[in-house]
Design a protein around this ligand. Structure first.
Ligand SMILES: [Zn+2]
Ligand SMILES: [Zn+2]
Length: 288
């Protein structure tokens, strides 16, 4: 298969959602059509499976904290697996279709996260952190009232815990809180403070033969940069990190593939000669 698009660049999108995710309304058929139009060579569908709300609401004996507190992700997971099979049938022979999920908050139940990871229907798991225990998603926090540095410290120490477990192929958007802290709230944070914590996390990722993703959604948001940006990509690279996937985090067909060309150029300038996609939890490398 030819892995180069018209721009002479590899075209992949390894982080995408459909209406199976509570925060997307896009139909699978529309996403697949767009994937074909874009000439993607590798397309991973990675709908949300949040482990902190995996079971029905009654299990947690708690009230929904807001209208977006969606429970029973076990059901969503089943729907996601059916859809991934449909996508493989729809796009058969046209591109590599990767059956994935974005596993959110694996720290809520590592045993469960590891058994989800082992499900044979999956090629690829993005391990993500969107909220801290006892807190809402970073999207909802009021940064006028929160201690951002304390939140980041907790976030990166949880990310380190996740990096040690057999429940992910790549860590997703490792600087996710910055989308809101720096992007939306306009704060300026000194990331130097967290460099050693992130280095430890990256060392663990590399030791476990896992990777990180370059999430390009930040390019089209107020933040204006990917997650993570150049400095941390270089750190990962300097520590010996080689496994890097690229994903737009598209929740609509319009956003599919967005920022990937830019992300590839950044990866290349940081010394990555290859990027990859996953099949059956194995990295397949493609030259940039
Ligand atoms: Zn995410
Ligand atoms: Zn996502």
């Amino acid at each position: 298969m030819n892995y180069r698009g018209d721009l002479g660049m590899v075209l992949m999108d390894c982080h995408t959602h459909t209406e199976v995710s509570p925060d997307s309304e896009e139909k699978l058929s529309v996403m697949c059509r767009k994937a074909e139009e874009l000439g993607l060579q590798a397309y991973a569908i990675t709908n949300h499976v949040e482990l902190c709300r995996y079971y029905p609401q009654e299990y947690y004996q708690t009230e929904a904290r807001n209208e977006e507190d969606y429970f029973h992700y076990a059901q969503i997971w089943e729907r996601a697996m059916q859809e991934n099979q449909q996508a493989k049938a729809l796009l058969s022979g046209k591109m590599e279709v990767i059956s994935g999920i974005e596993c959110g908050e694996p720290n809520a139940d590592f045993g469960l996260a590891e058994s989800v990871y082992r499900d044979r229907r999956l090629d690829f798991v993005i391990g993500s952190l969107h909220e801290l225990p006892e807190k809402l998603d970073f999207y909802f926090l009021d940064y006028g009232k929160e201690d951002a540095e304390k939140l980041l410290e907790e976030y990166f120490s949880l990310l380190l815990e996740i990096s040690k477990r057999e429940c992910y192929d790549v860590l997703g958007h490792v600087t996710y809180p910055l989308r809101y802290m720096e992007g939306e709230a306009g704060m300026h944070l000194h990331m130097g403070k967290f460099k050693e914590m992130l280095a430890e996390c990256f060392r663990q990722v590399i030791l476990n033969h896992k990777g990180i993703e370059l999430n390009t959604s930040g390019y089209r948001q107020k933040y204006g940069k990917p997650f993570p940006d150049r400095e941390l990509l270089l750190l990962y690279r300097d520590l010996g990190g080689k496994i890097l996937t690229l994903g737009s985090d598209a929740h609509t067909a319009e956003d599919l593939g967005k920022g990937i060309t830019q992300g590839l150029a950044l990866a290349k300038s940081c010394g990555f000669e290859k990027v990859c996609y996953f099949k059956k939890h194995e990295a397949h490398f493609i030259e940039v």
